[in-house]
Write a protein that binds this ligand. Structure first.
Ligand SMILES: NC(=O)c1ccc[n+]([C@@H]2O[C@H](COP(=O)([O-])OP(=O)(O)OC[C@H]3O[C@@H](n4cnc5c(N)ncnc54)[C@H](OP(=O)(O)O)[C@@H]3O)[C@@H](O)[C@H]2O)c1
Length: 343
């Protein structure tokens, strides 16, 4: 692999609370300081990333979108017991999508196309018909999904109201989101103020807030739903606060709000791959013309070793400790978004 993000769903998978489980297999775990190895039942995490083809079997069939060659960038669409958090994987071509002639697109951009960029794209396209000038309100607006959503909305002429958690560096995060194209940035606690209701009314004028995009759940998400215009849609794709939502009947009866969920894995399962490829072409075109920048992610550099030779990787105890520390931090709840960089 070249890069592989650590997504919240990967952590949920490790916690055993994600609906898609990874099957474990017999792995040999080696301590690179002592060179001792032990066999154990486990799996390698990671469901997203970009790799480069090192070798191809003599009777290998084509990839999902056509011929595959050594040196091609490839995105695994499904992984088995060895996920994308690996220097090298054996993959069947029928699980790979090839990206060619994308020299203006970075591996970080390609490596997070499948999950977050595509989820933002689909939620803006598939929940309700949005027209230029329409507003979308979202929480978790500084998340990976939120950052892409702001930019896609700007590119397509939609406006965004962006809710983030209260924080000491609120002004800094607000500026960052505005630089991506956010029209309004609010804190969670502001949502319940009458002044904020007036401020938003004044801001949108005669336009409508047609779509609410919910990354968080809990009370503040319900508060956000109150801002939707009549007949609006509210889509939940994440539950970062791990709290349920008690939705007031008035939002159903008097405002006729439609509440829906969204899961991009279901979309991939139910959709002709041609639609994936055309969406990714569009997203890659935006990346290469700088109309879209990738989600902010912190790199964890993975020590590399010579492939396909078997020469053993040897780490100093400091290198091993620093790597272990970075991984433990990145996997903890509340950690900033990180990704493994194998190059
Ligand atoms: N349904 C789908 O198809 C789909 C696809 C992609 C992602 N997702 C889900 O979308 C969510 C975001 O994913 P991501 O990769 O974009 O995440 P991310 O970049 O790691 O960002 C996490 C976001 O959640 C916020 N957050 C964390 N804990 C919170 C809490 N207790 N209350 C309120 N906000 C909290 C963070 O805000 P702070 O900066 O304030 O910590 C940040 O905005 C995850 O739940 C993920 O599983 C779903």
């Amino acid at each position: 692999m070249l890069v592989a993000p650590i997504n919240p769903s990967d952590k949920n998978q490790i916690e055993g609370v994600y609906p898609i489980k990874k099957a474990s297999t017999q792995l040999e775990i080696k301590n690179y300081i002592t060179q001792e190895a032990e066999k154990t039942e486990a799996y390698v995490g990671g469901n997203e990333g970009i790799g480069q083809v090192l070798a191809i079997g003599s009777s290998a069939p084509p990839a999902l979108n056509g011929p595959i060659s050594v040196g091609d960038y490839v995105m695994p669409m499904s992984t088995g017991s060895v996920g994308t958090w690996a220097n090298a994987v054996h993959a069947h071509p029928s699980s790979l999508v090839v990206f060619r002639n994308r020299s203006n697109v970075t591996v970080e951009q390609l490596g997070s196309l499948k999950v977050n960029a595509s989820t933002s794209y689909r939620m803006l396209r598939d929940i309700v018909q949005l027209n230029p000038g329409d507003y979308v309100i979202q929480n978790g607006a500084n998340s990976g999904v939120g950052q892409v959503l702001i930019q896609l909305a700007r590119n397509w002429g939609f406006k965004t109201i962006n809710v983030i958690r209260d924080r000491p560096d609120f002004e800094q995060v607000k500026k960052e989101l505005e630089s991506l194209g956010a029209d309004l940035v609010l804190s969670e606690s502001e949502l319940s103020n009458k002044e904020t209701v007036q401020k938003v009314k004044q801001h949108i004028g005669t336009s409508q807030i047609k779509l609410g995009v919910n990354c968080v759940c809990g009370k503040s998400a319900v508060q956000m739903a109150r801002y939707l215009s009549e007949n609006g849609y509210f889509v939940t794709y994440g539950a970062m606060a791990k709290q349920p939502m008690a939705i007031p009947a008035a939002l159903f009866i008097f405002k006729n709000i439609t509440f829906k969920g969204y899961w991009v894995s279901k979309w991939y399962k139910e959709t002709d791959p041609k639609s994936w490829f055309s969406m990714w072409d569009e997203l890659c075109d935006m990346f290469s013309s700088n109309k879209l920048v990738e989600q902010k992610m912190h790199p964890i550099h993975v020590p590399s070793f010579n492939l396909p030779s078997d020469s053993p990787m040897v780490l100093t105890s400091e290198e091993q400790a620093s790597f272990d520390h970075s991984v433990t931090e990145a996997l903890s709840s509340g950690a900033k978004k990180s990704y493994f960089k194998f190059i």
